[in-house]
Write a protein that binds this ligand. Structure first.
Ligand code: CP
Ligand code: NVA
Length: 312
């Protein structure tokens, strides 16, 4: 008789909806523990001998540093690939790249353009794949943002998040998170830049409300957040966007319309004087630096979870 073992299904993190509320509760708790150890200079190395490949088809500061530093801190090692510096830039099929890369490493993080590209990679990968930003989603950022909210204010359940600006990858991911974690998003985007519910990949319109006026979207909000007017890959639209988004700059009046203890978040990089006034992003309600730092702590929890599962 031959013994056959059923291979464990691979867990990917391609969009926020790939995990459920219970997974997130675990990850937030785990990230808090991992952060505490980091602050105490206490070693936490569950991923010794594991390798992460990072593939960047777009620029990055935070994602690069947080994944690279995070993986080394977990005891693992990192390989960094870019489009130009690899055969990806010379049209090697994504499926072939996935088959080859995933035979040599334990985990892959990709920042690219279309979501379909990361899905094709994952479909041919032997190891977990993490979305480090696509045109449609930025799940690691929202993971960090909600962890940051919890650190400052406790559970986000039942709260209101005002999104002021582009109906982009960040907005889509906030919507996915609102369905899973039970909060409401107030969306205000200029005409022509609305969120498309089918692209956002959410089941219903129950967890969000659309406002023409960004001031109204901010009224009574627990968190006000925004992002660049022009995301990576859309640079050709920059001039048209500057005109269309002129009234979607988060200013102190908008922050005053929100709850008195409302937080301000921005995934960064930011353009002061465009999507946010300097006095808001550099003001007392802003938690953008915690948000950026927390990318590393939550992603360490995520990498550990995808490779080792829940640790009791
Ligand atoms: N917020 C974020 O993903 O930043 P980078 O583009 O610098 O990685
Ligand atoms: N929406 C922005 C986020 C950058 C971190 C972009 O995609 O460029």
């Amino acid at each position: 008789m031959t013994m056959t073992s059923t291979p464990k299904p691979i867990k990917h993190y391609l969009q926020f909806s790939d995990l459920n509320a219970s997974d997130y509760a675990y990850l937030f708790e785990r990230a808090a523990l991992i952060k505490k150890k980091f602050k105490a200079y206490e070693k936490h190395q569950p991923l010794i001998d594991r390798t992460l490949v990072m593939i960047f088809e777009k620029a990055s500061t935070r994602t690069r540093v947080s994944f690279e530093a995070g993986m080394y801190q977990l005891g693992g090692t990192v390989v960094n690939l870019t489009t130009e510096g690899s055969q990806l830039g010379r049209a090697e099929p994504i499926e072939d790249s996935a088959k080859v890369i995933s035979r040599m490493v334990d985990l892959v993080m990709i920042r690219t353009f279309e979501q379909t590209k990361i899905e094709r990679f994952a479909a041919h990968s032997r190891v977990p794949v993490i979305n480090g930003l696509t045109n449609e989603f930025h799940p690691c950022q929202i993971l960090a943002d909600i962890f940051t909210y919890i650190e400052h204010r406790g559970s986000i359940k039942g709260k209101t998040v005002a999104w002021v600006g582009d109906g982009n990858n960040m907005a889509n991911t906030w919507l996915q998170a609102s369905e899973i974690l039970g909060f409401t998003v107030h969306l205000s985007t200029p005409g022509g830049y609305e969120v498309d519910q089918s692209i956002a990949g959410i089941r219903s319109a129950e967890s969000y409300k659309v406002f023409k006026d960004p001031m109204q979207a901010c009224a009574g909000a627990d968190l006000v957040t925004t992002d660049v007017w022009t995301s990576m890959g859309y640079e050709a639209e920059n001039e048209a966007r500057k005109k269309a988004f002129a009234d979607w700059c988060v200013d102190s009046e908008m922050m005053q319309a929100a709850k008195p203890d409302a937080l301000f978040m921005h995934c960064l990089p930011a353009h002061r004087g465009e999507e946010v006034e300097a006095e808001v992003i550099d003001g007392p309600q802003s938690v953008v630096w915690d948000e950026a730092e927390n990318r590393m702590h939550v992603q360490k929890a995520l990498m550990e979870y995808l490779l080792l599962g829940r640790i009791a």
